[in-house]
Design a protein around this ligand. Structure first.
Ligand SMILES: [Ca+2]
Ligand SMILES: [Ca+2]
Length: 271
C-alpha cells in the first residue's frame, strides 16, 4: 500500500514469539527493525509474505532454487511466511559462516529432512548452479549405476538459473558423488574439495545480508552464534532448546509443542 514504513511490530500480540526471539539473542530494537523489512516485503499488508513477495523483496527470479528456499522459510508449510518464520530464516541464514554454510546448502536439497540426498537432488543442485546443461554420464555407457561423472556444457539456457558469471562457453566434468544417496558427512567432505557446490547457498546468504541490515551488521551475531554452538551447526530449534532455562526443561521441544497445538486447534472448532 506504499506506506509500509509506518507499520510497527505489535509485540504485545506475540508473547511466545518474543520469548523465542530473545532466546536467539535478538533484542527488541533489532526485532522492530526486522519488522520494517518484513513490512516492506509484505506489499499486500496482510502480515505474511507469499512466494512472489519474497522474490520481489530479494529481487531474484523465480527458479527451482528460490522455490526451495521459500519452502524452507515456510516452516509450518502454510504457504506463507509469517513474521516469526521471517525472523528465524533471516537470523539463520545471515549468521552462517564457513563452517555452517555447507549445512545450509545440504538442507536446501534435503527437503524431507531425512539426512540424505539422492542422485535426483544432486542433479537438481548442479542444475541450480550450472543451469540445465548438466547431464549425468555413466563411464561404461548407458548404465547409470556406479561410476560416472556429470558433464556440463554451457549455452543450454543458463539465463533461468543462478546468474552465473562463469557460464560462457564452458565445458567441464566433475566426478559423480559417491553412491546412490549421500548423507551430510559425505556432502561436507565433498564440498571441501568442490566449493562451487556451496555457491547458491553462499550467494543467497550474501544477498540476504546486504538486503537486510547490511553485511557487516551480521558479523558479531555470527561470532556469537559460532561461540555458542562450539563451531558446529545448530538449527534454530536446537539453539532455542539449548537456551531454555533448566527450570523449564523436560517439556516438549518448542516446535513439537507448536505443531501439536496447531493440530488440536484444527480438530476442534474455534471456541
Ligand atoms: Ca503478503
Ligand atoms: Ca508459514
Amino acid at each position: 500500500m506504499g506506506c509500509s514504513s509506518s507499520r510497527v511490530y505489535h509485540s504485545e500480540l506475540h508473547p511466545e514469539w518474543n520469548k523465542q526471539f530473545s532466546l536467539l539473542g535478538l533484542n527488541n530494537n533489532l526485532v522492530d527493525l526486522l519488522y520494517k523489512y518484513f513490512a516492506q516485503a509484505d506489499t499486500e499488508g496482510n502480515e505474511s509474505i507469499d512466494s512472489l513477495e519474497i522474490l520481489m523483496f530479494l529481487d531474484v527470479d523465480r527458479t527451482p532454487f528460490t522455490e526451495r528456499l521459500f519452502k524452507i522459510f515456510d516452516k509450518d508449510k502454510s504457504g506463507e511466511i509469517d513474521f516469526r518464520e521471517f525472523v528465524f530464516a533471516v537470523y539463520n541464514y545471515c549468521t552462517l559462516d564457513k563452517v555452517t554454510l555447507p549445512y545450509f546448502a545440504f538442507s536446501l536439497y534435503d527437503s524431507d529432512g531425512s539426512g540424505e540426498i539422492g542422485e535426483k537432488e544432486i542433479v537438481l543442485m548442479l542444475k541450480d548452479i550450472y543451469g540445465p546443461g548438466i547431464e549425468l554420464v555413466a563411464d561404461n555407457g548407458g548404465n547409470n549405476k556406479g561410476k560416472g561423472h556429470y558433464k556440463y556444457t554451457s549455452g543450454a539456457g543458463d539465463a533461468s538459473t543462478f546468474k552465473s558469471k562463469a557460464s560462457t562457453q564452458v565445458q567441464f566434468e566433475i566426478p559423480r558423488l559417491l553412491g546412490e544417496t549421500i548423507d551430510l558427512q559425505e556432502f561436507l567432505k565433498f564440498t571441501k574439495s568442490h566449493e562451487i557446490m556451496l555457491k547458491p547457498a553462499f550467494h543467497m546468504m550474501k544477498l540476504m545480508q546486504s538486503k537486510i541490515m547490511g553485511e557487516s551488521y551480521w558479523e558479531p551475531l555470527a561470532d556469537a552464534r559460532r561461540k555458542f554452538s562450539g563451531g558446529k551447526y545448530l538449527s534454530i530449534e536446537q539453539i532455542l532448546q539449548k537456551r531454555i532455562p533448566k527450570s523449564a526443561q523436560g517439556k516438549e521441544p518448542l516446535d513439537k509443542k507448536r505443531r501439536k497445538t496447531d493440530a488440536q486447534s484444527r480438530k476442534k472448532p474455534a471456541h
